[in-house]
Design a protein around this ligand. Structure first.
Ligand code: ADP
Ligand code: MG
Length: 494
């Protein structure tokens, strides 16, 4: 599909560079030098993408982005900037920008991000979301990777997938290490073989040993039968050694031997069996520090890290957050259909600003929980856990919507109650004020409320309001001689 993009920037070097990349990717590019020109362009012809430099958008860029997103084709907006400003970036993404592109990126990185942006616009994403997400057997293309950090990471991952080398994947918990290992297995030459994950931190030393290498009959008490280990089971496939940093040193030596000799000897056995296994190891600890402290064998470290891939944490690739949210909202909607269908800007802004120590896994859990607890059509800031919510805009800020009258301050607890109940309580409060103003005279109160006195009587009965309760205040105020009446909440107001 031939796409049409507007490239709005003042610097000719930038327009030349980016324009060249986009044209090479089958995009018709129109240049603009001001916001007014952008508007006259979009009025003239349908537009798929708008790349606008940050300095061109003076005034209120957020409003501009929202208005553009409100156009019939909802053009995608990409902000170009030469500054690293994470909080501004979060705000742009929260208003609906697809990405914030750093113009200092290398040619290759810039092209990579443009390709991802165009693929998304061309509907690659929609096609993928048609099937179940996240897939159990992921491909590298299933990784959300709009951000420059992920783009360059995935480019390297793609290159090593096809080879047979041992890999060491580094990264914080929840960044997607195991998912990546699965995808590499899936895309490589071994996809017909098994992918076998083993968590090196989850088993005691002796159990881990027999799990990995197998044991012969009678090798230890309780070993009544011989058993194959993971190396034999993963023959011609991939063995994923998670949390390799926690492997006891004695087993590190055995592992190194298997990697070097390509043969495995079971616990209590004599015979060496040839195995053809690709090992992908992963860790979230600082393994070089462990090597320095002699807690991890240096020779094994070098053997494993022929290629080491450091996955960027989620806070280092915030551009991916909106798409990750979309994907997982859709995923959970398939599971619980009556849940929220998306995310409100205030909640998105909070999620963009949050640090995500638990990375993608934490994000998935937060979305699942928010979808279960949210009574709204869109996940709101207050459906999110406290630590995330406080990263978002203040309530007063987030209540404002463009082109809408500022809403009344609604008590937060109302949001959890159905509209008829809220209307009934508002009606009761309103009638109490009118009755008080009219000093309990129903005719006068009906006039103030613009309704028939009989209708007012009827409503008062349903709301449990009695005119006598409002006559005492009037008696005091006016110095009149009405009888005393029972106390009522509205009487106690100053
Ligand atoms: N780039 C990504 N796009 C979509 N989902 C992802 C991505 N990275 C990770 N995930 C999801 O995050 C979850 C955690 O990943 P996992 O591989 O278990 O993390 P780790 O092994 O690093 O702790 C998985 O359910 C995976 O589907
Ligand atoms: Mg893991």
């Amino acid at each position: 599909m031939l796409l049409r993009a507007i490239l709005a920037a003042k610097k000719p070097t930038l327009t030349g560079r980016l324009g060249g990349i986009l044209e090479g990717l089958d995009v018709g590019v129109e240049g603009c030098a001001s916001v007014d020109e952008i508007w006259s362009q979009v009025a003239r012809e349908s537009t798929d993408l708008i790349f606008a430099s940050r300095e061109l958008l003076e005034g209120n860029p957020a409003d501009l982005v929202r208005s553009i997103r409100g156009l019939p084709e909802a053009p995608d907006v990409v902000i170009l900037t030469d500054q690293e400003n994470p909080s501004e970036q979060a705000r742009f993404l929260a208003t609906g920008c697809l990405a914030v592109l750093h113009t200092g990126l290398s040619e290759d990185a810039l092209r990579g991000v443009c390709e991802a942006i165009l693929a998304r616009r061309r509907g690659g994403l929609a096609a993928r979301l048609g099937s179940v997400f996240p897939p159990e057997q992921p491909k590298l293309s299933d990784f959300v990777s709009l951000s420059p950090a992920m783009q360059s990471f995935m480019a390297v991952a793609g290159r090593v997938a096809a080879s047979n080398t041992t890999l060491l994947i580094l990264g914080e918990t929840g960044v997607g290490k195991e998912w990546l290992a699965r995808a590499i297995h899936q895309e490589g030459l071994r996809s017909t073989g098994r992918f076998l994950p083993v968590n090196c931190a989850a088993l005691t030393e002796s159990l881990l040993e027999s799990e990995l290498f197998g044991h012969e009959e009678g090798a230890f008490t309780g070993a009544s039968r011989a058993r194959r280990g993971c190396f034999e089971l993963a023959h011609r496939g991939t063995l994923f050694l998670d949390e390799i940093g926690e492997m006891p040193t004695h087993l590190q030596g055995r592992l190194l031997r298997v990697l070097q000799d390509r043969t495995v000897r079971r616990v209590g056995g004599e015979k060496s069996r040839p195995v053809d296994v690709r090992v992908i190891a992963a860790t979230n600890c600082d393994i070089r520090k462990k090597v320095a402290e002699k807690a991890f064998r240096e020779d094994l470290y070098y053997r494993l890290s022929v290629v080491s891939l450091a996955m960027p944490p989620l806070r280092g690739r915030r551009e991916d957050i909106p798409e990750l949210i979309d994907n997982y909202v859709n995923y959970f909607r398939n599971q619980f259909p009556h849940c929220a269908a998306g995310i409100a800007p205030n909640a998105l802004e909070a999620m963009l600003a949050y640090e995500w120590p638990g990375n993608v896994r934490e994000l998935i859990n937060v979305i699942e929980r928010a979808m279960l607890v949210s009574p709204h059509d869109l996940i709101q800031g207050n459906d999110l856990p406290e630590e995330i919510r406080i990263c978002g805009p203040s309530e007063a800020e987030s209540d404002r919507q463009p082109n809408l009258p500022a809403p009344l301050e609604l008590p937060q607890q109302w949001l959890a109650r159905p509209l008829p109940e809220i209307l009934a309580s508002v009606e009761r409060a309103y009638l109490a004020i009118v009755l008080e103003t009219a000093a309990g005279r129903v005719g006068k109160a009906a006039e103030l409320a613009g309704i028939d006195p009989r209708v007012l009587y009827d409503k008062m009965r349903r709301c449990g309001l009695r005119k006598e309760d409002f006559q005492k205040n009037a008696a005091q105020d006016e110095g009149g001689n009405h009888q005393p009446v029972p106390a009522h909440p509205s009487n106690s107001r100053p």
